[in-house]
Design a protein around this ligand. Structure first.
Ligand code: 2HG
Ligand code: ZN
Length: 477
């Protein structure tokens, strides 16, 4: 709906209308918009007509109405930690970026309901700290939690490290407040655990990447805080052993398993070699690793004995090679850093391709072996650095350019992506497990979800945003 032919007079008129309604401070233009026009990976560069930063839900609604009256599309923007270019405007300089950053209040807490109502611009880590302050836990954790904001997390249905125990973002939402494409505000901030009163509207907006409405606040589920917690880093002989270990831990105490993260030897080597201050607390490097965390809301459970019992047998059976358990909170964090710096280690190694794959958990090891062989057959010098949430079937099957020249890697990237996706598909997997569609994967959606499924999505979009006001060009073509 955006007119690529807007005159500079029309653009000025829109900027004035926004600053008249929301205050001068709320509207950024010129050089001040730069940080909002490129994604953090530096892949997508757009140009915004301006950036608007309302301070509350009413301000978001006002901004949407004004943009609508001027025939201008709105691109919602959170912490800008997304992987698929979902929060960046196009290059036409005729879209308004709407930042939710100033909606950063914690509105309500209820310890008995175990819920909190927070605004879209609250950073995930701030939300976690607020919950911890009430002796509760908001159990979503991601590498980018210092910057990622709740609105974006819900809009992309982020997953992260604890999905196997607590589910994805979508599983933690009790209610939402949303500004619709016509500027109406839907206040669905209920905190009910049961509420069968028609379509589950909140779930429409979760994972919609800002294409159906703009999430301004959420009522979120909390869980009891963890009073006991243990982390182990385990070196393994092969990928199959990771799956075997997962089964063994589950048989022992499935409830306690918080995170079960796979990392390749290549990925660990990149982190150790390229990032300062990180060491491997094991006798030797290996080709495969698992980082696991177990936790309990009870203080008197002996999780350590449980881990040691499972590992003792695993060593005997050759399923594990070596392991280290954290002895302190500092060590727990140091072990997690090996996992959290995977993306950064890869970024420092040159060009990379991110494949955010999921397959049924039972197929993760086969997938890893087959995708590895298929990629190396295309480009033997490739550095394969898969890692991720093996416990829920989500592997970041990332490929890093060979050392030195990246030309061959770039030339063959489409072929490499296709071969990885084809294997995921054979297992009934997904080409976007937790990073969403955005711009990066928009044109693949037809192939994977075309037919009835995409038709339903298009009809929902047409019903809620018939003029394509909200985040056009993302998710749907
Ligand atoms: C993670 O699990 C993120 O750390 C990033 O989903 C994954 O960089 C990636 O591919
Ligand atoms: Zn991930």
């Amino acid at each position: 709906m955006t007119s690529a032919l807007m005159s500079s007079g029309e653009k000025d008129a829109l900027r004035s209308a926004l600053s008249d309604a929301l205050g001068l401070r709320a509207v950024l233009s010129g050089a001040d918009t730069e940080g909002y026009e490129v994604d953090w990976r530096g892949i997508y560069h757009g140009r915004a007509l301006c950036v608007v930063r309302p301070e509350d839900t009413q301000g978001v609604a006002t901004a949407v109405k004004i943009c609508r009256a001027h025939g201008v599309a709105v691109v919602p923007h959170g912490g800008n930690t997304g992987m698929v270019g979902g929060a960046v405007p196009d290059e036409s300089s005729t879209q308004v970026v709407l930042s939710l950053a100033r909606l950063n209040r914690i509105r309500d807490f209820d310890v008995i309901d175990m819920s909190m109502v927070i605004e879209a611009g609250v950073a995930l880590q701030t939300a976690q700290e607020a919950a911890a302050g009430q002796d509760l836990l908001f159990p979503l954790t991601l590498s980018s939690q210092g910057s990622a904001q709740i609105g974006g997390i819900l809009s992309t249905n982020a997953g992260g490290n604890n999905t196997l125990r607590y589910g994805n973002a979508r599983d933690l939402v009790l209610g939402l407040e949303v500004v619709l494409a016509n500027g109406d505000i839907w206040n669905g901030l209920r905190r009910l655990r049961k509420d069968n009163t028609g379509y589950c509207l909140r779930q429409l907006f979760v994972g919609a990447e800002g294409t159906l409405g703009i999430i301004t606040a959420a009522s979120l589920k909390l869980v009891p805080a963890l009073l006991s917690r243990e982390v182990a880093l385990i070196a393994l002989p092969d990928a199959r052993s990771a799956l075997e270990l997962l089964s063994r831990f589950r048989r022992y105490d499935a409830e306690a398993l918080q995170a079960f993260e796979y990392m390749s030897g290549v990925g660990i080597d990149l982190v150790l070699d390229l990032i300062d201050g990180i060491t491997l607390p094991l006798a030797a490097r290996a080709e495969h690793y698992v980082l696991l965390e177990v936790g309990s809301s009870r203080r008197d459970v002996d999780l350590r004995t449980m881990i040691e019992a499972v590992l003792g047998l695993a060593f005997e059976d050759g399923v594990a090679l070596d392991a280290v358990l954290s002895e302190s909170e500092a060590q727990r964090q140091a072990l997690w850093r090996l996992r959290e710096e995977q993306a950064e280690g890869q970024a420092r190694a040159g060009k990379s391709i991110k494949n955010d794959i999921s397959v049924p958990v039972s197929k993760t090891a086969e997938f890893l072996d087959r995708a590895t062989a298929a990629c190396l057959a295309i480009l033997p010098a490739l550095r394969l650095a898969p890692f991720g949430h093996l416990g829920d079937g989500n592997i970041h099957f990332n490929l890093v350019q060979p050392e030195g020249d990246a030309t061959l890697f770039v030339d063959r990237s489409e072929e490499l992506i296709a071969v990885v996706n084809a294997i995921a598909r054979e297992y009934g997997g997904s080409f976007s497990a937790e990073h969403g569609i955005g711009q990066l994967k928009r044109d693949m959606l037809e192939e994977w979800r075309g037919g009835v499924e995409l038709d339903i999505m298009a009809r929902v979009k047409a019903a809620l945003d018939p003029d394509r006001m909200l985040n056009p060009g993302k998710l749907l073509a």
